[in-house]
Design a protein around this ligand. Structure first.
Ligand SMILES: [Zn+2]
Length: 325
């Protein structure tokens, strides 16, 4: 089993675009295991010992303890500070621009060292979970790049986008984290979010063109027809599923189960039946001036993803998939 590539379903995009929901739906399939934002494995997991989505501290979680054991003979055997420093260096902005432009990494040795760690972790996740496909909610283009460059992983990217005004509004609100004491979700000024929204989506597209299959999914289309869009994603990812495997989703109702996700949206703690609804609070709550500013700053992406023009909404089918090259 170890010689075969590990299939990775990488969910990319800007936070607050429905990625946690999509990953947790994938986790309902017997062939998939969701690991949260595994990019934070070293910093928030091994070093920070923050809670896993199962509620246990990372180093007390039985799943992650077994993964560490299978991968390295225990987490204490790995230099987590070194791993985190490699990850940060390889994800630096100038490095990403190089890769996006097709010039390759300027740090091939670091890349090889980090790829060895990554492959060991992903193989161990598969071994411990018994699930074939690892669902990775790390979102960022830098992380997509690191998965793609890891020989032994077979990475496909689901690129989630959401109207930049919805993202900017959501990221500007105060949201307490129920999962970690006294912490809030990070708050960001709408203008900065708009600029990042363009950059992150652009980089994810550019980097995935360097060798990964990518499928675009708009948050708005996803929540309007969760079951149909979910089936389309499963199909794109090449995941084997029977009709019975989809029994947890009916229309906009889903039944979620617990998992062992690292970091992520506090929504990661909610299990059981959930109703999926479009979050359009920004339309009423956001000031007109802020909406205009965010629209102007994110204009290239707003046009590219059909958020402007023809009543601001394109039919789902028109944007459901972009060519990969
Ligand atoms: Zn856990």
């Amino acid at each position: 089993m170890d010689s075969q590539p590990v299939p990775v379903a990488f969910v990319g995009g800007v936070g607050r675009s429905g990625s946690t929901l999509l990953c947790r739906m994938l986790h309902r399939l017997p062939t998939c295991v969701h690991v949260g934002e595994i990019s934070y494995l070293w910093r928030h997991g091994v070093q920070g010992n923050l809670p896993c989505s199962c509620g246990a501290a990372f180093l007390d979680c039985s799943f992650w303890t077994s993964v560490g054991q299978a991968a390295f003979g225990g987490w204490a055997e790995v230099d987590a500070a070194r791993a985190e420093s490699l990850r940060r260096g390889l994800g630096a902005r100038n490095e990403l621009f190089r890769v996006a432009a097709g010039r390759g990494s300027s740090r091939p040795e670091d890349l090889a060292e980090y790829a060895d760690l990554t492959l060991a972790v992903f193989r161990a996740v598969r071994e411990v979970s018994g699930s074939a496909v690892v669902v990775d909610n790390s979102k960022l283009a830098s992380e997509a790049h690191l998965r793609m460059q890891t020989e032994g992983l077979d990475t496909r990217i689901v690129h989630l986008v959401r109207d930049s005004r919805g993202v900017a509004y959501s990221r500007s609100k105060q949201v307490p984290r129920q999962d970690i004491d006294n912490r809030q979700m990070g708050r960001h000024p709408p203008g900065r979010t708009a600029a990042r929204w363009v950059l992150y989506n652009f980089l994810l597209e550019a980097i995935s063109r360097r060798g990964a299959q990518r499928s675009l999914l708009r948050y708005e289309d996803f929540v309007a027809a969760p079951e149909a869009q979910f089936r389309r994603v499963v199909d794109f990812l090449g995941i084997e599923a029977t009709e019975a495997d989809f029994a947890f989703v009916h229309g906009n109702e889903v039944d979620l189960i617990g998992d062992h996700g690292i970091w992520g949206n506090p929504m990661r703690l909610r299990s059981g039946p959930q109703t999926i609804r479009l979050d359009e609070a920004w339309q009423q709550q956001m000031r007109r001036g802020t909406k205009l500013r965010v629209t102007a700053l994110s204009l290239p992406g707003m046009l590219r993803y059909h958020y402007l023009g023809s009543a601001g909404r394109a039919p789902a089918v028109a944007t459901s998939r972009l060519p990969n090259s």
